[in-house]
Ligand binder design. Structure first.
Ligand SMILES: Cc1cc2nc3c(=O)[nH]c(=O)nc-3n(C[C@H](O)[C@H](O)[C@H](O)COP(=O)(O)OP(=O)(O)OC[C@H]3O[C@@H](n4cnc5c(N)ncnc54)[C@H](O)[C@@H]3O)c2cc1C
Length: 811
């Protein structure tokens, strides 16, 4: 065994082996994999081996496409068969809502370059005669679906990695990890200690235990999962004989089952409602290649429906039932990337679909290590997307919810109930009393919209405009015509202080730092010039800055900030989190309201647009920013949490005769659309450059140096490949949701990032990206956006429909 290596990968399941192979492919050959037992001896060996491209996040879907495309290369390099069966797969819809969902998935597949088609029930039956047609309203065919041999595939990765120079140590358990003062890791095993520059936790069923070796509790939990294998079925034999190929895979959403051919019978697996976690606290180290006791009663409700939908299955004998554990994160996507606060410690775990996702995870992680960047957008599987609120018991509830809903529709306006409320502000009960419908924003309850008196505060879930529409409209008009108040506790907040603070921020951000008492908006780029953040920065004192950003990205951002923090103590960096909460007041009468709450001069000359000032507001010590995301006159007022209630009461009583209204996140997001303002995570993501995103005026190329400047200069010179644009859409009763394809001249040329209804301007609006050459006003209806399977005409908006001059914000 070596005593030193560049990377030590812990775990020889399909994921660890993929990471190892991809590291060698990226040019690092001094890498090792350490496996407790034999390759595949965790959850990998008993997998059903199915693969597919479908995923709720388009970027993960792309990575799944990459994984599936990789297997031929892997077989070629390793000489090891992966046992591939590329049979295609059917997704079967039993309701119109499910069919709408499939139409959306099909539309999205167009711009992802995935091959899907929509079918009638009888067309589906042509492909899969086992179907009882009357139970279905339609289907989608995904040509990329198939299945493989889990053992062969894992060994193919391992062999290809060894050809690339990697070493693999079997029967070697990692028992401890410790960090040396120089940052390298000692990986302790009974066979000796290896010193590694990087460690990868690909521990699968033991990922929690490996995390605990470095003092973290990862949000990951194993669930029991059952599938049964039938005896030979005459229907399968006849199909194979007549058609000369295998039956396609099938997912039956209603029955919550997946099916595929296995030899001359079928495999049928379930994601049952009454699901059961496995070993919720600790995974025993001596758990080996044994299976769990099957519990057929638990999956009986799914089988009952499945047997109606596929009558031949009811007649088939059951050869064996497999019950095995595998791991999930709370949202079902993997946990990948470097862990904040632990440089050199990486995660590649909670991969619930190792044969669809393992290749993409390996590719992302290897590029991240070798080049400092995963090379594409991995936000949906970044380990940094969870905060301290994702505790073990929270994870347990959420994973069970996710598992039991694996084949359920998640509507765009649907908030999932498990493990809530997790975090609340002091205004939680006050907001509920005011009629708030709450949503989960990074573990924090946040008002989405307010029901009028007498109306039940509850979303009716739908792909179309829903019951919140008139209420959100009233909130938007209330802001635009008067004044509204909204809670903004769910932003990320940071303090950066010390003699090096200005230089540090100036190097991280594209914009110049403000003078004392002023605010700037600024993107943050990685060295490839791609957007990794978007912040509001206020200078509170010469050496003290306050900064606001996306709440969801705060661990992601802290990881970056810490990686670039000077080591000489000249910069103190604090994530304030819920230590600072806020209320925003917005609308033409908001100044009048603010003036009633303070004895400071807040007139237009004394307190200008983009000013920042500490002042007493409603007796509370506060800092006030003259900015608002509504694009109107407005203010953000920030206080310590113990003052929030006092502040709110002050605002409410002073605003009574101004007809102050509450508004929620949905109104805020609709109002920003009228101003063409982008939002982090939708329009602003690490696949776009600052100029592509239209953030030109926040990038100061005259500044001597900042991360990503070279790439930004090149992007500006070339004009960039893409351009963010806003559209007015001829929508009917459904607005865009995001991820719809944009058509021009009969071709898909771009995609939608977000949209909704602009209630004040009375138009359906969308934002998205198209090639730079098309990002111009090509006339009314020059584009089409596919909403729920229908092409709706769309026109590029050169200027925002609300207040194009920005006079309202500056009034
Ligand atoms: C019944 C069932 C059916 C499934 N069907 C499918 C399917 O059809 N398609 C699909 O894509 N996925 C399927 N899966 C899921 C799939 O099995 C997982 O996604 C995959 O196995 C995850 O691989 P992994 O490498 O992350 O974890 P694991 O396979 O658990 O590998 C982790 C490895 O790390 C080793 N290890 C852990 N800690 C240490 C340590 N301290 N020192 C040394 N070694 C250590 C373990 O011994 C183990 O070999 C199924 C799972 C089950 C249970």
């Amino acid at each position: 065994m070596k005593t030193h290596t560049r990377v030590a990968v812990i775990g020889g399941g399909v994921v660890g082996c993929s990471v190892l192979y991809h590291l060698t492919k990226a040019g690092w050959s001094d890498v090792v994999l350490i496996e407790r037992d034999q390759l595949t001896s965790g959850s990998t060996w008993h997998a059903a081996g199915g693969f597919h491209t479908l995923n709720g996040d388009p970027n993960v879907a792309k990575l799944q496409g990459y994984t599936i495309g990789l297997y031929d290369e892997l077989e070629r390099i390793s000489g090891q068969s992966c046992g591939l069966h590329r049979s295609g797969g059917l997704l079967l819809a039993d309701t119109p809502e499910r069919m709408e969902w499939l139409k959306m998935a099909h539309a999205r597949a167009r711009y992802l370059g995935l091959e899907t088609s929509l079918l009638t029930p009888s067309e589906a039956k042509q492909l899969l005669p086992l179907i009882e047609e009357k139970y279905f309203v339609g289907a989608m065919l995904d040509a990329a679906d198939g299945n493989l041999d889990p053992y062969g595939t894992t060994h193919a990765y391992a062999k290809a990695a060894k050809i690339g120079g990697a070493e693999i140590y079997l029967k070697t358990q990692v028992t401890a990890l410790s960090r040396r003062p120089n940052g390298a890791w000692d990986v302790v095993t009974p066979q000796g200690t290896i010193n590694a520059e990087h460690v990868v936790n690909a521990g699968g069923l033991w990922a929690r235990e490996v995390g605990r070796m470095v003092g973290i509790e990862l949000p990951v939990l194993a669930m029991e999962h059952m599938y049964l294998v039938t005896d030979e079925m005459p229907e399968v034999v006849a199909f194979n004989r007549e058609r000369g190929h295998e039956l396609p895979h099938a997912i039956d959403f209603k029955a919550e089952i997946y099916m595929r051919q296995e030899r001359t019978g079928m495999v049928l697996g379930t994601y049952e409602r009454s699901c059961v976690p496995w070993s919720p606290k600790n995974t025993p180290w001596d758990f080996g290649t044994e299976l769990l006791e099957p519990d057929i009663d638990r999956i009986a409700p799914s089988l009952e429906i499945g047997y109606q939908h596929f009558p031949a299955m009811a007649r088939a004998g059951i050869r064996r039932i497999v019950n095995g554990p595998f791991t999930f994160s709370p949202d079902g996507n993997p946990l990948v990337g470097p862990v904040q606060g632990l440089p050199g410690f990486w995660c590649a775990c909670a991969v619930m679909a190792g044969f669809s996702q393992g290749g993409g995870v390996g590719l992302a992680l290897s590029q991240w290590m070798v080049n400092g960047d995963p090379g594409f957008d991995v936000w949906a599987m970044d380990v940094a997307r969870y905060g301290g609120w994702a505790t073990r018991s929270y994870t347990n509830e959420k994973v069970r919810e996710n598992y039991s809903r694996r084949f359920s529709i998640r509507f765009p306006n649907e908030e999932l109930p498990a493990a809530r409320p997790q975090q609340t502000t002091a205004l939680y009960d006050v907001m509920l009393k005011a009629g708030a419908v709450m949503g989960d924003s990074w573990g924090l309850e946040t008002p989405l919209w307010f029901a009028s008196p007498g109306i039940e505060p509850k979303d009716v879930v739908s792909f179309h405009r829903s019951n919140d529409f008139p209420h959100v409209k009233a909130e938007c008009l209330g802001v635009r015509n008067g004044v509204g108040v909204t809670e903004i506790a769910n932003f990320a907040k940071y303090e950066i202080a010390g003699p090096g603070a200005e230089g540090y921020l100036s190097r991280l951000m594209t914009n110049r730092m403000p003078k004392v008492g002023r605010i700037v908006l600024t993107p943050m780029l990685n060295s490839n010039g791609k957007l990794i953040g978007d912040f509001t920065i206020a200078r509170a004192a010469p050496e003290r800055f306050l900064m606001w950003g996306s709440s969801q990205a705060q661990v992601y951002h802290m990881r970056w900030f810490e990686a670039h923090q000077p080591q000489d103590g000249s910069v103190r960096l604090t994530r304030i989190d819920m230590g600072m909460v806020g209320l925003s007041i917005a609308g033409p009468r908001s100044r009048e309201l603010l003036a009633r709450l303070t004895d400071e001069d807040v007139g237009p000359q004394a307190f200008r647009f983009m000013d920042h000032r500490a002042m007493d507001i409603a007796h509370c010590p506060a800092v006030v920013n003259r900015v608002t995301y509504t694009g109107d006159l407005g203010y953000e007022i920030w206080v310590a949490p113990e003052y929030q209630r006092r502040l709110y009461e002050g605002i409410r009583s002073a605003g009574e005769d101004l007809k102050l209204i509450h508004f929620g996140m949905r109104a805020l997001l609709a109002l920003r659309l009228e101003k063409n303002f982008p939002t982090w995570y939708r329009e602003l993501r690490p696949i776009y450059g600052a100029f592509e995103a239209g953030l030109d005026r926040f990038v100061d190329l005259g500044k001597a140096d900042f991360i990503g400047r070279e790439a930004a200069l090149a992007e500006k010179a070339s004009g960039g490949k893409l351009r963010r644009v806003s559209f007015a859409v001829d929508a009917l009763d459904a607005d865009v949701l995001g991820d719809e394809p944009v058509w021009h001249d009969g071709k898909v040329v771009g995609w939608v990032t977000s949209g909704g209804y602009g209630h004040y301007v009375d138009r359906s609006l969308a934002q998205g990206y198209v090639p730079t050459s098309l990002a111009q006003d090509l006339g009314k209806g020059a584009f089409e956006i596919e909403i729920l399977g229908e092409q709706r005409r769309a026109s590029i908006l050169k200027d925002p429909l609300f207040d194009p001059e920005g006079a309202r914000m500056r009034m």
